[in-house]
Design a protein around this ligand. Structure first.
Ligand SMILES: [Fe+2]
Ligand SMILES: [Fe+2]
Length: 159
């Protein structure tokens, strides 16, 4: 992003990048969590759950990529050290269940993580509405995917 691209952002770039970096860290934690649970899940019908978790993990990694790209465009850099991901995130890492066949626990963990993500992107969307169209467009796109993720898993709970 060039000088004018940044100049039209009617927000503190420092605050904006801080918010985006926190979201970036959340995405890595979500990616790792879902990817990990996709590997360990066992029990009845584990293959469906594995497939869903792998699909969503891929989406979260894509979100991390998109947010990183924006942070760089805004002239900054996302968190470099993976040891700092949790420290810099909005929400702590949710531990996967010890019992790998506990599908209900996995669903609860995912819905909790997604609820957190929805809250984070909704906050950034509100902050950037009318002030930074580029960020607004990206975060509302990601937000709609997090809403879909939550719904996919909530539907499983209701069954
Ligand atoms: Fe995400
Ligand atoms: Fe998600």
């Amino acid at each position: 992003m060039g000088k004018q691209g940044r100049a039209v952002v009617e927000l503190s770039l420092k605050d904006l990048v801080k918010d985006l970096n926190k979201a970036y860290c959340d995405e890595w934690l979500a990616y790792y969590l879902y990817w990990y649970m996709a590997q360990i899940v066992s029990g009845k019908a584990f293959e469906d759950m594995k497939e869903m978790l792998e699909k969503i993990a891929k989406d979260e990694l894509e979100h991390a990529t998109e947010v990183a790209d924006l942070i760089i465009k805004l002239g900054d850099q996302p968190t470099a050290n993976p040891m700092d991901l949790e420290k810099n995130a909005n929400n702590p890492y949710l531990m996967p269940p010890k019992n790998t066949a506990d599908i209900n626990r996995i669903i609860r963990i995912v819905t909790e993580a997604e609820a957190g993500a929805i809250e984070v992107y909704n906050k950034i969307a509100k902050k950037t509405l009318g002030k930074d169209h580029v960020t607004y467009q990206l975060v509302t796109h990601i937000l709609s995917e997090e809403v879909d993720h939550e719904e996919m898993f909530e539907n499983l709970l209701e069954r």
